[in-house]
Design a protein around this ligand. Structure first.
Ligand SMILES: *[C@@H]1O[C@H](CO)[C@@H](O)[C@H](O)[C@H]1NC(C)=O
Length: 324
């Protein structure tokens, strides 16, 4: 075109373009600098985070001091420098007196994970585990997380040994380890009723809540998605649901997890046994330390099952005589 080819770009415009370019460049550099700094800080933070093989999360209630003491004096005495435990308690709306009691317990033991945004009750257990995971993921670096209730008794060194064995197999999968149920009926009444469950006739396969282990990346996945996850009443059911879309995962069903809502009895092979009060814990611990066995007499009050992952969940879990 004739009129453009003869036109000379005025010098003024040239300068303006340069100023604009410079400004843009400096904005880009500034943004880049801050991004870089943020990345460095992140790397620095993860370097500074205390690192543990296993973090033990024990859900407990504000007034269960006697129970916590029993746990500290029994199975937690097996802790190593590679493990760290936390008793998780929601402190929202607690009486001042209770708060002060908890603070003095904290001063003495430094093992409470207090959640100021959580009202402690049966109805908030799912929020409780979720907030605990967010905090622990933020503050610590770890390989595995064990969640138990405050009436669960754990043989910690066996669990640590088994984690080493599992890892030595070199599967490189994420680990979700416990006693699984794939055909639990959706509760319609009682404290564990689920009003909003509309995904299936059963819950999705989940490790029952008396004790289960998650590898770090699973905790990370849950913590990072905490804001968008659907929360159900039962914390263990919710975990099973949240982890259902993960591809690279091993759901390791283990009959040595006596973690159902009632204990199946006593077996010397157990790693975790549920529904143990403080007196029982002491008896188990004393007997175990003196004999190396958990049970003075092995008993079976409820049949158990090996999980069959090759059939539909409704047929997964047939209880059989002879399974611990
Ligand atoms: C699972 O169930 C199928 C079909 O009944 C059966 O052939 C298989 O042996 C079972 N596997 C286990 C590990 O029980």
């Amino acid at each position: 075109m004739v009129f453009t080819s003869t036109r000379v770009i005025p010098k003024r415009l040239n300068i303006r373009v340069n100023v604009a370019t410079l400004m843009l460049l400096s904005v880009i550099l500034t943004v880049f600098y801050f991004l870089l700094m943020k990345d460095c800080r992140k790397i620095q933070e993860s370097r500074d985070k205390p690192k543990f093989r296993l973090i033990i999360v024990i859900l407990t209630s504000p007034d269960a001091l006697r129970v916590r003491d029993a746990i500290r004096k029994t199975w937690l005495t097996e802790e190593t420098e590679n493990t760290r435990h936390f008793f998780v308690i929601g402190t929202l709306d607690l009486q001042q007196e209770m708060l002060e009691t908890l603070e003095s317990e904290q001063d003495k033991f430094h093992d409470l994970l207090l959640l100021p945004r959580l009202q402690d009750s049966y109805g908030t257990l799912t929020k409780k585990i979720l907030q605990a995971m967010q905090r622990l993921h933020e503050d610590f670096s770890f390989d595995y997380l064990l969640k138990v209730d405050d009436d669960s008794f754990v043989l910690l060194h066996r669990m640590l040994t088994d984690l080493d064995v599992w890892e030595a197999k070199g599967s490189r999968k994420e680990l979700y380890w416990g006693f699984f149920n794939g055909r639990a009926n959706v509760k319609k009444t009682g404290p564990w009723k689920e009003i909003g469950w509309n995904l299936c006739d059963y819950y999705l396969p989940y490790a029952v809540g008396g004790g289960y282990v998650l590898s770090f990346n699973l905790v990370k996945f849950i913590a990072q998605n905490a804001d968008v996850l659907r929360l159900f009443n039962s914390e263990d059911v919710s975990i099973g649901l949240w982890l259902s879309p993960i591809a690279n995962i091993e759901r390791k069903h283990d009959v040595r997890f006596d973690t159902e809502y009632m204990s199946r009895g006593c077996s010397n092979q157990y790693i975790v046994t549920h529904k143990q009060g403080p007196e029982n814990m002491k008896a188990l611990h004393d007997f175990y330390t003196s004999t190396g066995n958990l049970c003075s007499k092995e008993t079976r009050s409820r049949m158990s099952y090996h999980y069959n992952w090759t059939v539909p969940p409704s047929q997964c879990c047939n209880r059989q005589v002879g399974v611990i």
